[in-house]
Design a protein around this ligand. Sequence first.
Ligand SMILES: Nc1ncnc2c1ncn2[C@@H]1O[C@H](COP(=O)(O)OP(=O)(O)OP(=O)(O)O)[C@@H](O)[C@H]1O
Ligand SMILES: [Mg+2]
Length: 359
Amino acid sequence: MNSAATGTASGFEPFDQLATMVALVAPDGRCLQANSALENVVGLSRRTLRRGSILDWLADPAQLGDTLQLVARNAVASSRFDAHMKRTAAGNGELPVHVIVSQTEAPDRVLVEMIEIEQQIRLDREERTHGLAQANKELVRNLAHEIKNPLGGIRGAAQLLAMEVSSKELNEYTRVIIQEADRLQALVDRLLAPHRRPQVVADVNIHEVCERVRSLILAEFPRGLTLSRDYDTSIPEFRGDREQLIQAVLNIAHNATHALAERIAQGDATLVLRTRVARQATFGRQRFRLALELHIEDNGPGVPEDIRDRIFHPLVSGREGGSGLGLTLAQTFVQQHQGTIECDSVPGRTVFKILIPLP
Ligand SMILES: Nc1ncnc2c1ncn2[C@@H]1O[C@H](COP(=O)(O)OP(=O)(O)OP(=O)(O)O)[C@@H](O)[C@H]1O
Ligand SMILES: [Mg+2]
């Protein structure tokens, strides 16, 4: 192809891959280049952008004006501050941004980067929780390993004891020991489960996963629960472990059914499985051109406030009899697909969103 003619002479295209807004400007603010993220937010075409001044797009342009001069004069090499961008296209409100102004090799060209502050906060939070979650999981896994061996010993000894004693009363004690050891064993097995079976990777159709979960849940709750689906059937297949994904979605859907217990009894519980394609999605500290979004939405009372930011941690449960492992396992499985799970919850509407990169 005629690449020399199609690529703009500036070589600015690589910046189009960035989630942050980038512009190359003259010291007086005149825009020389802008990337597509900036184009999207300002809502003007690149051509129109290039005829304007970057100062026109800020609600509070004074500081940027001064900073451009300082950086161009080399009074400072770079500078950062917070500002507000106007959203021309959407016509609605202002967008808080963090602005970074830096020198380029040419003295009459200054590079301006603008990062949405919300996006920055979200990325920081994701990073923090990711680190914490990893440490937590490792701790729990090591602990589970430590418990496993002595547990086998305790159970074995209780069994031997049971054969030795003839008194019914004493046998009741050994029965309790064995039963509780088995309960603990089941817990430990669940904790270690995601690391025991290797991933089985094949082409996965997400709607097959959803349909399987749907039939399992419907079999369990034939009445009182409306389970609707809202699929984007154009979603391509991707490489993954079908069983792991079924388990992940099932754990989330099960939680919803627990939260919906009252409504199921009343007969007005709803659970929605929704699939969408997200473009240029950023999660797990990476940006993906295409990603699958799977929403599992219920109309239950919402995640209890006091555990809302910890529900993915192991052993955190808000319900009687819960072991607090369902979401930890779901998250581990989704992360093994380079994906992430988010939760939005208010009384009456709780959405768990699974994001997985698509090819
Ligand atoms: N859809 C939801 N609505 C309300 N609360 C929820 C929802 N999903 C999860 N939760 C809360 O998050 C907690 C953690 O869920 P998780 O699946 O990890 O553990 P669990 O359901 O308590 O136990 P387990 O799944 O191991 O049997 C739940 O106990 C519940 O309080
Ligand atoms: Mg659960």
